[in-house]
Design a protein around this ligand. Structure first.
Ligand SMILES: [Mg+2]
Length: 286
């Protein structure tokens, strides 16, 4: 049983014209996180669908999701009652495959990832191997095995660059516990091999936000990030000079849900501006 109750997803009727939160109009474009911001454990948060509708044509969803392609995720979101077109989703796992396919065409790749992403990589022409890898691509594989850890460690030790989908070490589970994430596997490989990753693609690194801005034809100065995680969404936004609004339970969150965020009356409430970068970074993402 998840912690999310029906009350969380109920959207009370709201008359047109009452959604006057200043931030909706003071920024031209929006980069919006998915998990914890629009959805929790596959259930849309209150106001999420209406916020996307309100920002239609002005937003791209930017997520550290490392198991889906935009196409497969769009289908799952549609089934959950939220319409997000595949072409306005930028996902860490898919972006990592695209990058590796482009930068390391023809090379032998040890890919740690979901069946969906492995099929996507194969369709992009990636040569996936178990041994003798020249590149290690680390995304999320929930069937991760010790033998794979050993293969990855030794490939990296021999000089194969490790390209990592996202650095998150965990996310909250439905049972209140922690769900280990890619960052935990990354640290295991780094600890054993003694070699740092060549590249991390997901937030807070800039690649996904930059791609989101490109798709919107937007400038960072005109764009607001909406997320739930200070260490990925807010820090990534700050590094590019963008403001960020946070939803969720974090002590520095602006609102609990998208519903409450849309009713936020403060102009310029968006925080975590570039000058707070150092403070946020002090939490350490290592
Ligand atoms: Mg999130």
């Amino acid at each position: 049983m998840t912690a999310t109750t029906q009350a969380d997803v109920t959207e009370p009727a709201m008359a047109a014209g009452t959604m006057t939160a200043a931030w909706l109009d003071t920024h031209r474009h929006f980069l919006i996180d998915l998990d914890g911001t629009l959805m929790r454990e596959g259930v849309p948060l209150a106001g999420a669908a209406r916020m996307l509708e309100r920002l239609r044509g002005r937003h791209v969803v930017v997520s550290n999701n490392s198991t889906d392609t935009a196409e497969t995720l769009a289908g799952r979101l549609r089934a959950a009652g939220m319409s997000v077109a595949a072409d306005i989703m930028v996902l860490a796992g898919q972006a990592t495959v695209d990058l590796v396919a482009r930068l390391h065409a023809g090379k032998r790749i040890l890919m740690i990832g979901s069946a969906v992403l492995r099929a996507y990589a194969a369709a992009r022409g990636c040569v996936l191997v178990e041994d003798g890898a020249e590149v290690v691509l680390l995304a999320l594989d929930q069937d991760f095995r010790y033998a794979t850890l050993r293969a990855a460690v030794n490939a990296v030790r021999r000089g194969a660059p490790m390209i990592v989908s996202n650095p998150d070490t965990s996310h909250p589970g439905a049972d209140g516990g922690l769900v280990p994430e890619i960052g935990t596997l990354m640290h295991a490989i780094v600890e054993c091999a003694g070699v740092a990753p060549a590249l991390v693609v997901g937030k807070p690194e800039p690649a996904l936000f930059v791609e989101g801005l490109r798709r919107l034809g937007a400038r960072a100065a005109d764009t607001l990030v909406i997320g739930d995680n200070p260490l990925t969404d807010a820090l990534g936004a700050a590094r590019l000079g963008m403001h960020c609004l946070l939803v969720g339970a974090h002590p520095r969150a602006d609102a609990a849900t998208p519903e409450a965020l849309m009713q936020l009356r403060h102009a310029g409430h968006a925080h975590f501006a570039a000058q707070t970068y150092g403070r946020v970074d002090a939490f350490s993402i290592a």
